[in-house]
Design a protein around this ligand. Sequence first.
Ligand SMILES: NC(=O)c1ccc[n+]([C@@H]2O[C@H](COP(=O)([O-])OP(=O)(O)OC[C@H]3O[C@@H](n4cnc5c(N)ncnc54)[C@H](O)[C@@H]3O)[C@@H](O)[C@H]2O)c1
Length: 355
Amino acid sequence: MVHYIGISDIERLVGDIGIGPFLSRLADTIETDYRRWDEFEKSARVASHSHDGVIELMPASDGTLYGFKYVNGHPRNTAQGLLTVMAFGMLAEVSTGCPLLLSELTVTTALRTAATSAMAARWLARPESRRMALIGNGAQSEFQAIAFHELVGVRELRLFDIDPAASAKVAQNLARVPALHNLQVHMCSSVREAVRGADIVTTVTADKRRAVILDETLVEPGMHLNAVGGDCPGKTELSRELLLRPDVRIVVEFEPQTRIEGELQQVPADHPVTALADVIRQRAQGRRSAQDITLFDSVGFALEDFSALRLLHEILNEQTGPVRELDLVPTLDDPKDLFGGTLGRSSRTRLRRVA
Ligand SMILES: NC(=O)c1ccc[n+]([C@@H]2O[C@H](COP(=O)([O-])OP(=O)(O)OC[C@H]3O[C@@H](n4cnc5c(N)ncnc54)[C@H](O)[C@@H]3O)[C@@H](O)[C@H]2O)c1
């Protein structure tokens, strides 16, 4: 039987552990897997682009486990009452190909993206960073806020969205989380107001175009930029001039993918970047001085989903309570007798439909 995690399961599982400790454990798992970078079979995701969005498959394997995620990105979906990003995925055993876990990954993607952002910021932002601007206050936003509060020590949040109701939703949701009582939340009426004096700027907007949320006139020396929303060809958030500033240090997840999908798509193919895996393994420096502007050009890499699936599978195995299971693949007395063990044993199996 294959273990199954649906939306009600992930709510219970994260609720039992606490979202702060869960994000912390997830960030550590992702960081551990980035340290094992050379053990992974890596590939850029397989993307199917259409007029309104993209559907992607994201595989990764460490030779023992294999994981993949199905995920979409449709920025206009919310106008129809649908999520912009929806996902599910699977973890399997490499030695046999047996599926181990089928899981929702919509909530988990928001958790893993926030955990990755905060983990990267721990390496790249100035250690004393306490004030973050959060631009784009949709589905991913609260997860980013909580991860930066818990893992980076952010104590002041400045919200901006072109939809003020979205910012109000974030403020309300965060006010309901008791452990966040020492997080000050301010609503801002422009990007400029939100960004002024911030240590960290997170951009997590959704728009299927070359948007300029942040330009070179808005950033200040020493800032860390966590650019999450530009993650597809033709879908960016930063100005080209900002990327080309000599004091901007760009850090990427998997360079071949980020060159196509990230903010990097706007600059020449030989523009210098540093791999997050090299920063974590201390083979390269992310931030060289307190004056540098560090930019995590996040697009989301399959390894992070692999880590999330690996962690969820680990947590299920630690649990003493019941785990949901699916009969996704047959269990047979004779593995060569697929017909006899499934359709052949059913009295409903006939050669032709009976009128
Ligand atoms: N890098 C990653 O790993 C990763 C993972 C998940 C999602 N994403 C991306 O993050 C983005 C946000 O995802 P979501 O699920 O929160 O989407 P969402 O549609 O729920 O929210 C997006 C928000 O951005 C706001 N927005 C749009 N244009 C804006 C602008 N010019 N200025 C300020 N706000 C603006 C919208 O009003 C909306 O509230 C998407 O682009 C998605 O593709 C990236």
